[in-house]
Design a protein around this ligand. Structure first.
Ligand code: DAH
Length: 365
């Protein structure tokens, strides 16, 4: 209704129209539209009415002006009441809006080396191996002598092995003497250079049959570079019993490789030398990326070196008092970093130790 010349009657009708529109407004939007239609400074019904009142006959103006002002105040109050009523009909303040999308909480996850170690433990556990751990601080006898490594073996050199300044008092870490005691000579101690020392420790304490896997940290006197760290991790394996053969060694490691790197994996055994095994072999795995065809990953050879192994040397059995005529066995040692590097194509071993989240977050576990 456009008011050209207002009268008390037309103003009363405007009030009724407003009342009907207000009652019909059931949303914030609709309410806002009603408010704007009546109260907008430009083009609003009240603004137009005021203009018309100003143009009315002077004697009618005061009464019309008052009616108009009353109407305006009334509209403002009723819009505010309706707004409050709409607000109150909604969820109470602080209520949970279950339709909002959820917020993701960043979760930590296992380190890639832990993931690989857990996978290895899982595979060997399923094959019937027990998982055992041993001390990182070792004595020379367990780390070297008992493993048939003579005093002049280069790995025992101060250049290669981290020796500890404090020797251990003669105790269970030393070679047992004839009386089954440990003498009271001080023992030179070191950080174990390989997990193979645990072969000795375990055999000293158990009789065959033995089927163990020993994961753990080892230390060497190396400077950090792309492929070396002074501390890294290995998984040692040891099987001892009657009639254990090289075929068992090959079968066990092949089953592991297929599980770890995929069912098409093949192993290649290259003759090698370790003092504690005879025969000894280094083992390559067919490159899982190109399946042996040759690619950048395997430097075009089709093979990736993965571990060292062999049949336990009779001299090792003699160190722990086993009958070398009766028992045979096999052993291996592989680097956890090495497996992780091959598995995930990591180019720099240092990345595993720098705790850079941009690297760690790429592992989906
Ligand atoms: N101890 C060796 C190393 O650290 C790995 C190794 C080779 C372990 C042959 C063994 C083995 O048990 O039989 O490089």
């Amino acid at each position: 209704m456009t008011v050209v010349s207002p009268t008390p009657d037309t103003i009363a009708r405007l009030r009724d129209e407003f009342g009907a529109e207000l009652a019909a407004a059931e949303t914030d939007r609709a309410l806002q539209a009603v408010r704007d239609r009546y109260l907008a400074r430009k083009g609003g019904v009240i603004a137009a009415l005021m203009k018309a009142v100003a143009a009315a006959a002077p004697e009618a103006r005061p009464a019309l002006g008052k009616l108009t002002n009353d109407l305006k105040t009334d509209i403002e109050a009723r819009v505010a009441d309706k707004r409050a009523a709409l607000d109150a009909s909604r969820a109470p303040a602080g209520a949970v809006d279950v339709t909002l999308p959820g917020r993701l909480t960043p979760l930590g996850h296992r380190h890639p080396l832990t993931v690989v170690r857990d996978q290895m433990e899982d595979i060997f556990t399923r094959m019937g191996f027990a998982i055992v751990e041993g001390p990182e601080v070792e004595d020379e006898w367990h780390c070297f002598d008992a493993l048939n490594m003579p005093a002049e073996h280069p790995a025992r050199d101060m250049q290669d092995t981290l020796y500890l300044a404090t020797p251990m008092p003669g105790d269970s870490y030393a070679r047992p003497d004839a009386a089954g005691g440990h003498g009271d000579k001080d023992v030179r101690t070191l950080l174990r250079t390989h997990t193979s020392s645990m072969q000795i420790r375990y055999m000293q304490a158990h009789t065959p049959p033995i089927r163990i896997v020993v994961p753990g940290r080892v230390y060497r006197r190396d400077d950090l570079d792309l492929t070396h760290t002074p501390a890294f991790s290995q998984v040692e394996g040891l099987v001892v019993g009657e009639g254990i053969s090289l075929a068992d060694l090959k079968g066990t490691l092949t089953a592991f490789a297929r599980d770890m790197f995929g069912p098409r994996s093949r192993l290649r055994f290259r003759p090698s030398f370790f003092p504690y095994t005879e025969p000894s072999a280094e083992v390559d795995i067919s490159c899982w990326k190109c399946d042996g065809d040759g690619c950048a990953m395997c430097k075009r050879s089709g093979w990736l070196e993965i571990l060292g192994c062999g049949m336990v040397h009779p001299a090792v059995f003699e160190s722990v008092g086993y009958d070398a005529e009766r028992y045979t066995g096999f052993a291996w040692g592989m680097g956890i970093e090495r497996v992780a590097i091959l598995r995930y194509q990591v180019e720099d071993i240092r990345l595993f130790y720098e705790n850079d989240l941009r690297f760690l977050e790429q592992f989906p576990y």
